[in-house]
Design a protein around this ligand. Structure first.
Ligand code: ZN
Length: 326
């Protein structure tokens, strides 16, 4: 879907819609324009060769904020610009194109309309093709198309190998160990009467970290371990922490405990635990506390799993040839 705002730019620059984006040339550079109501992106293929030695930020004549640019990143030969605006974004994109794109040429970047994005040689009168590689716009010689295709196939083959790698058989052990480590700070701080329910998030985070450290690959097994370990260990941590808190408040932290007090503390803990159980076991406060702790754990679970899925996704790129206006 191309937002109604971008349609205006599509007409102005004679861009070609393809896979939800707009492709074509702006000031001689192959571009992709895409976005939604809140964010607009402009990808500019700034050319091969020494492109990554030029500091794109130094070429700007106005600060990024002038154009409501949230992010200005150069990734190899691709300059990716993220405009942040709800409605007036088009004016800012327009101003950026008019004011700053000529400076890209002057700064030493070569537009794809004149220079091949693959070999860096002049396009001249040679047959050429506009390619969409993954999502990137590329203008190349007809004779360079095979080069690009071969390179993309190589990248895809490497990605497929990575996808099929197996987890180490020790990975679940790592998840358990680090989830258990995550319990310690929760319990320890309860003893000092410090209640930071979000610390329980260390349990799923620990499981995730431990699984990875012990050679585990992201996937269903890891997520299942994170969920099961959280379900099991969070109540245990809350329970142990509550008991620790009762002991802690009895023996004030500042009273200078020595090793000889240890048996006393343990006896006290046993007594308190029994009292605690007799009091109708799990009090309303306890349940409420547990719900709060579970809430933070769930939040950490969702965020971590979402992030892992996003970062571990393996893209298989396609090379497509499209017709654009010159
Ligand atoms: Zn070429």
């Amino acid at each position: 879907m191309i937002s109604s705002g971008l349609v205006q730019l599509q007409n102005e620059y004679n861009l070609t819609p393809h896979n939800g984006g707009l492709y074509g040339f702006i000031q001689g550079f192959p571009v992709l324009m895409c976005g939604d109501k809140r964010n607009q992106y402009l990808w500019i293929n700034v050319g091969v060769g020494h492109a990554d030695e030029i500091n794109v930020l130094k070429l700007l004549s106005h600060p990024l904020a002038t154009y409501r640019i949230k992010d200005y990143t150069q990734h190899y030969d691709m300059l990716i610009i993220h405009f942040h605006d709800k409605s007036a974004g088009l004016t800012f994109i327009h101003n950026y194109i008019q004011t700053e794109m000529p400076a890209l040429y002057e700064g030493g970047f070569l537009g794809g309309q004149t220079v091949c994005n693959n070999c860096g040689e002049a396009i001249g009168d040679e047959p050429s093709a506009f390619l969409v590689v993954g999502t990137q716009p590329e203008m190349v010689h007809e004779r360079c198309v095979d080069d690009i295709t071969a390179m993309v196939e190589k990248v895809n083959a490497q990605a497929t190998v990575k996808l099929n790698e197996r987890s180490s058989k020790w990975a679940p052990l790592g998840a358990v160990l680090f989830a258990l480590l995550g319990v310690i700070p929760c319990v320890a701080l309860y003893a000092f009467d410090i209640h930071l329910p979000f610390l329980a998030a260390l349990i799923p985070l620990g499981a995730n970290y431990g699984h990875q450290k012990f050679g585990g690959k992201p996937g269903k097994v890891r997520y299942a371990l994170m969920i099961v370990l959280s379900l099991l260990l969070v109540p245990i941590a809350h329970y142990a922490g509550t008991i620790a808190g009762m002991v802690g408040s009895t023996y004030s932290i500042n009273s200078g405990l020595t090793a000889s007090d240890l048996p006393n503390i343990i006896a006290q803990a046993n007594m308190l635990e029994r009292a605690f159980l007799r009091m109708g076991v799990i009090t309303d406060d306890f349940i409420f506390g547990l719900c709060v702790v579970y809430f933070f754990t769930l939040l950490a679970l969702i965020l971590t799993i979402r992030k892992t899925i996003r970062t571990s996704r393996i893209d298989i790129y396609k090379v497509e040839r499209i017709d654009v206006h010159h």
